[in-house]
Design a protein around this ligand. Structure first.
Ligand SMILES: [Zn+2]
Length: 263
């Protein structure tokens, strides 16, 4: 089966560090349903990975046009600003309809194409069960597409690439993490990236009852990071789940750093 294009929706590139190579390979790709989901859930991992020299990208599925606050155009500008803040190598938007993300044959082809072109080692997806149906649907779509990226007869015009691992970020349903990333060194920058989406945080009069615009929202983001950090003995931790046990090369080195130590 051929993937004639990236599906029915045009691929929008928000941002690229490279002016010559629009889709350069990266090491880590975070898929997110709406612009700001990646910042809210994986900003720390993206920043820490960058510090360690890995190339990073975000692929937003929708433009958030159904959001109660802001417009698609405004969120595009904010997404570009946040991409700079996170020092991403690139950020793309698949142009799926907001509120109607689905696991379809066509959307799988789109996901397969972008994964093959970006050639990441690690893919992060939203949880497959969450309060927002777009998050759950995208998690399921990425999980199924992940395996299919390695099937040669699907989209034969693009060389196959199956990433080494797929992990899921935390969501709004209770869950047990399989990995917690210490994001303490980048906590301020992580917050700055979230606050790039100013349209989502104000004005308060219009935003009554909206989760993200609540006075308590940023406190709850910090509270979660503090809770998951406490599980590994660091001030701030970002949780991830995995369908398989995480491989470890050196178990002693993994625990080199003393927990609960001021750094
Ligand atoms: Zn979302």
């Amino acid at each position: 089966m051929s993937c004639r294009s990236l599906g029915a929706h045009p691929l929008i590139q928000y941002f690229s560090l490279s002016s010559t190579d629009p889709i350069e390979p990266v090491d880590l790709v975070v898929f997110a349903a709406h612009p700001d989901d990646a910042e809210l859930n994986c900003g720390g991992l993206l920043l820490i990975s960058k510090l360690r020299g890995w190339k990073t990208a975000i692929v937003d599925a929708t433009q958030g046009e159904l959001g109660s606050l802001g417009t698609a155009e405004l969120r595009r500008e904010e997404a570009e600003q946040a991409a700079r803040c996170l020092q991403l190598n690139s950020r793309f938007n698949l142009g799926f309809p907001d509120g109607d993300v689905r696991d379809t044959q066509e959307n799988r082809q789109t996901v397969i194409s972008i994964i093959r072109k970006l050639q990441p080692k690690l893919v992060i997806a939203p949880p497959r069960d969450d309060h927002h149906p777009d998050h759950s649907a995208l998690g399921q779509l990425i999980e199924r597409s992940f395996y299919l990226t390695g099937i040669k007869k699907l989209c034969p015009e693009i060389p196959t690439h199956r990433p080494n691992a797929l992990l899921f970020h935390g969501g709004t349903r209770p869950f047990e993490p399989d990995a917690v990333v210490d994001v303490t060194p980048v906590i301020e920058k992580r917050k700055e990236a979230i606050l790039c989406f100013q349209s989502q945080f104000k004005p308060k009069e219009e935003a009554s009852g909206i989760r993200i615009a609540s006075d308590y929202f940023m406190d709850s983001v910090e509270g979660r990071l503090r809770y998951f950090g406490s599980l590994i003995g660091v001030p701030f931790g970002e949780p991830y789940t995995s369908l398989n046990p995480l491989p470890v090369k050196d178990l002693v080195a993994q625990f080199e750093e003393e927990p609960w130590k001021a750094r």
